[in-house]
Structure formats: structure tokens, C-alpha cells
Design a protein around this ligand. Structure first.
Ligand code: C5P
Length: 398
């Protein structure tokens, strides 16, 4: 995947900087064109000449020490890059990227590029695990930057733990998978529903569920990163919609969601229904706040339309993916839904498991296909579950 790609490799001041020499060699072996940028402190650990020889290219060390041409060239370089890889990345550079600081050639390039940015942290275990570093890493991820997990083991500082620079071959593998899938949804319109719906009882009360919207938003974000035109139709959530959406349509009720979904269905190539649509709504909406009275109270509910089932009936070329969150006989119920709603596959959340389902940042899912095949995925971040789902959509598109 790296053949002919222009890779900007940022090397920062970590003792692991010397291992990046091997990384350059491997990237070159894969056919990449490599432009190394070293921060000032990286130059304390390893000489630019090493990278110059291995990359067969001039090494950029500092934009302000070099003739002023770099001040203009960082934009040209940022534009030309197919990938910006920062390896090793210190806690310092991670913090700078998270804060949007651009005070040297590397940080200006990172901010100016529209290419994929991949960060490979390498640092002392305590620095890595520090809540500030973890928060910064989270911010990078939220901005669409890929952060590779450091390896565990002996660290140069004498400690043992997380923070080790991964083997260069593993970094190349990681980068390769990202470049490979980078734009695999280009030209496709992906409609995603997310979050709960709210079914009003009176002006102050509603019936809803625990859906946070995180799974649907993660799907939307990854689909955007993979080049899709994404229409996100979302019930009320407390999270920000991802950047780069083609359309964001906020809705409240199942009926509003139904209308928005149907309006956008024909142009969609893929529909992923991650929303937890309320199955029932109060039959009557009380225009005034219902008063406390003696005794109990009965709210009569009527069935909401099953949006996905409607789509299943209307389906032409669209790939249809549903979600199922069940507590009892999950597989049997999911299979039944897959058939009834005419889906290509269904993603089953077991909401009773720790680290799965509502509100959590991770999810544990099973994917069930029409031919009866079942695939069990390990516990992963919702972002990675989203990519796994999109990976499985691809064969249906081709
Ligand atoms: O609620 P249920 O378990 O049947 O949800 C399965 C799938 O159907 C989900 O993908 C959900 O978004 C969708 N659904 C829907 N309209 C409903 C209920 C569920 O589109 N009224």
C-alpha cells in the first residue's frame, strides 16, 4: 500500500529516535518516498546524516534555522504528503499537537496537512500513563489522528511498562493498514442513524432509553475519514457530531427520524442503523404538564414504525446494516431481525456484558450474516468496532 506514497516522517526527541532509522529503511523498502523532519531535540539523539543517507533525501531540521524557504515550504510539504508519521512521538509533541501549537517545521506541517496523521508514542511509562498525556492522546484521536499503542516491556529509563517504541516492522504494518483503507468509501453515501429517540408525554416529560450515540457517531466519523459522504441522523445526545459530515440532521422522535431517513434513503449506498429507536410512543400527547393526582397513572402507548423494516422492504442497491441490543436469547432474536428486516448483516451488542453497549467507549459485538455465519469480535474501542463494521460493508459494495 505504501508503494509510491510520499511519507513525511517526523522524528522527535526520544531515545527511540535511533530506531526510526530502521523505520526509514523499511518504508523505503516498501516503495515509499520518505521526507524526514527532525525536531531540534531529536538532533541531540541522532544525526540528521543517518536519515539523509537512508531516506536518500535532504533532512529538514528546523524551519527557522534554515533559509526562510521552509516557512513557505511547510505548506507545500503538507499538501504533497500522503501520510504524516510521527515516530517516535514524545509526550511533548503530543501535547503540542493537541493544543494546536505550530512553532517549528514539524508542527506546522502537521497542522497544515490534510493527509492522514499517525502518531507512535514512545516515552517513560509514567509519562505515558499520566492523565494529561492520556487526555492529549484522546484529543488527537478525536481530531482523526491515528495513535498507535506503544509496546510494553523494558524502557530505556530503567522502568518496565507501557511506552516502548514498537518494532519498526509493526509500525509499517500499522501504517500500511491505515493507508490501505484510507479512502475506500470515496464516492459512497453512507447514512447512519444514532442515539435514542425521545417520545414526549407532555411538555416536560418523555420516554427514551440509555443510548449515548457513541457507536453511531464513531461509525460516522470513521466513514468520513474513509472518504464517504456521510449523512448522520441523530436523536438527542450529549456528544458533538464529527467534523466533515455531508449532512447532520438532529431529530427527537421516531417519527421525525423516519421522515429524515426516508428522505435520504434513495441516494444512500449504505445504511447503518445504530439508533436505539423507541418501539412505542404515548398515544396522546398532553399539551399541558400532567398533574400529580392520587393513585397511579396509565400512559397508553402505540407502536412506532419500524424504520429499518421499511427500508428492508424498499431496499434496492443499498447495503443495510442493523444493530440489535438484546438481553434474552440475543442470537436467536438477532437472526430473526436480520430476516424480517431484510438486512445484509446485523451487529449484536450484548448489553449485559461489562464494556459493551450503552454509554461505554468500548463495545463487544457479534456480527451475524444472512448465510448464518457468526463472527465474534473482541472487546474494542467503538472507533475500532466502527472500522471493523465498515470493513465488512465493503465487499457488498463491490
Ligand atoms: O429495536 P430493535 O431491536 O428491533 O432494533 C433493531 C434495528 O432496527 C436497529 O438497527 C434499530 O436502529 C432499528 N429500528 C428501527 N426502527 C424501530 C426500531 C428499531 O429502525 N422502530
Amino acid at each position: 500500500m505504501l508503494e509510491g506514497k510520499f511519507v513525511v516522517l517526523g522524528v522527535t526527541g526520544s531515545i527511540a529516535a535511533y530506531k526510526s532509522a530502521e523505520l526509514v529503511r523499511l518504508l523505503k523498502k516498501q516503495g515509499a518516498l520518505v521526507q524526514v523532519i527532525m525536531t531540534e531535540s531529536a538532533c541531540e539523539f541522532i544525526k540528521p546524516l543517518t536519515f539523509q543517507v537512508l531516506s536518500q533525501n535532504q533532512v529538514i531540521t528546523d524551519m527557522f534555522r534554515e533559509p526562510s524557504k521552509w516557512e513557505v515550504e511547510h505548506v507545500a510539504l503538507a499538501d504533497r504528503a500522503d501520510l504524516v508519521l510521527i515516530a517516535p512521538a514524545t509526550a511533548n509533541i503530543i501535547a503540542k499537537i493537541a493544543a494546536g501549537i505550530a512553532d517549528d517545521m514539524l508542527t506546522t506541517t502537521i497542522l497544515a496537512t490534510r493527509a492522514k496523521v499517525v502518531v507512535v508514542p514512545a516515552m517513560n511509562v509514567h509519562m505515558y500513563e499520566h492523565p494529561i498525556t492520556q487526555r492529549n492522546i484522546q484529543r488527537l484521536k478525536e481530531s482523526g489522528i491515528e495513535v498507535m499503542k506503544p509496546a510494553e516491556g523494558f524502557l530505556a529509563c530503567g522502568y518496565t511498562g507501557k511506552g516502548r517504541f514498537p518494532e519498526p516492522a509493526d509500525i509499517v504494518k500499522f501504517v500500511d493498514s491505515i493507508v490501505g483503507r484510507a479512502q475506500d468509501l470515496k464516492g459512497k453515501t453512507v447514512l447512519i442513524t444514532a442515539g435514542p429517540t425521545r417520545e414526549p408525554v407532555d411538555p416536560v416529560r418523555f420516554i427514551s432509553n440509555h443510548s449515548s450515540g457513541k457507536m453511531g457517531y464513531a461509525l460516522a466519523r470513521q466513514a468520513v475519514l474513509r472518504g464517504a459522504r456521510v449523512v448522520l441522523i441523530s436523536g438527542p445526545t450529549s456528544i458533538d457530531p464529527p467534523a466533515g459530515l455531508y449532512k447532520f440532521i438532529p431529530v427527537e422522535t421516531a417519527l421525525e427520524m423516519e421522515k429524515a431517513v426516508l428522505e435520504n434513503f434513495t441516494q444512500a449506498h449504505v445504511v447503518i442503523k445504530a439508533a436505539a429507536v423507541a418501539d412505542f410512543r404515548p398515544k396522546n400527547y398532553n399539551p399541558g404538564k400532567i398533574k400529580k393526582q392520587g393513585g397511579g397513572m396509565v400512559i397508553e402507548l402505540v407502536k412506532n414504525p419500524d424504520i429499518l423494516q421499511e427500508l428492508g422492504e424498499k431496499k434496492q442497491h443499498q447495503v443495510l446494516v442493523g444493530f440489535a441490543a438484546e438481553t434474552d436469547e440475543p442470537e436467536k432474536n438477532a437472526k430473526e431481525k436480520l430476516e424480517r428486516k431484510n438486512l445484509d448483516f446485523i451487529v449484536l451488542n450484548d448489553v449485559t456484558q461489562e464494556g459493551a453497549g450503552f454509554g461505554s467507549d468500548t463495545n463487544i459485538v457479534k456480527i451475524i450474516y444472512r448465510d448464518g455465519r457468526t463472527e465474534i469480535l473482541p472487546k474494542m474501542l467503538k472507533r475500532d468496532v466502527a472500522d471493523a463494521i465498515l470493513d465488512r460493508v465493503l465487499p457488498y459494495l463491490n
